[in-house]
Design a binder for this molecule. Structure first.
Ligand SMILES: [Fe+2]
Length: 149
């Protein structure tokens, strides 16, 4: 299995969002590694961390889209909601003893190559403009603090 790599095609240009999406690529590689040995512990661990990570990432993205007045933010939110639900279902399967490596890897791979590459990049300009208007990095930091303490 080829290692999945990050590319500029996946970038929104918003550092915090790109960092979050890069983590997804790392999770795909971790899962591919764990699949070889069939390591259930790794799978369980990844599912816990992944769901947590994705929920935080979505919260941040959704907040930024709303603040920026991004036209399709509600629709984007719906897509997030569905994906989080699918991930939660997968976690449930893992917790009940299954090892659906393939399904999870496929789902994540598809998410990166579609949602990250296309849909996340669609709001990038609007959100970037808003960040610049509000003072740049200090604005992002204050949003982070408000959302995550
Ligand atoms: Fe998104």
């Amino acid at each position: 299995m080829m290692e999945k790599t990050w590319s500029s095609e996946l970038e929104t240009g918003i550092a915090e969002i790109d960092a979050g999406n890069r983590k997804l690529v790392n999770y795909i590689n971790d899962l591919n590694q764990a699949k070889i040995s069939g390591d259930r512990e790794v799978l369980l661990n990844v599912m816990e961390n992944l769901l947590d990570h994705v929920c935080n990432q979505f919260l941040f993205e959704e907040h930024m889209m709303e603040e920026a007045g991004y036209e399709y933010h509600k629709a984007h939110e719906k897509v997030h909601e569905l994906f989080a639900k699918k991930l939660a279902d997968c976690r449930g399967r893992v917790q009940s003893g299954e090892t659906p490596f393939e399904d999870i890897i496929k789902m994540l791979d598809h998410w990166v190559d579609n949602h990250v590459k296309n849909e996340d990049r669609m709001y990038a300009g609007t959100v970037q403009t808003k960040i610049e208007q509000e003072g740049g990095e200090s604005f992002v930091k204050s949003v982070m603090k408000r959302l995550f303490g």
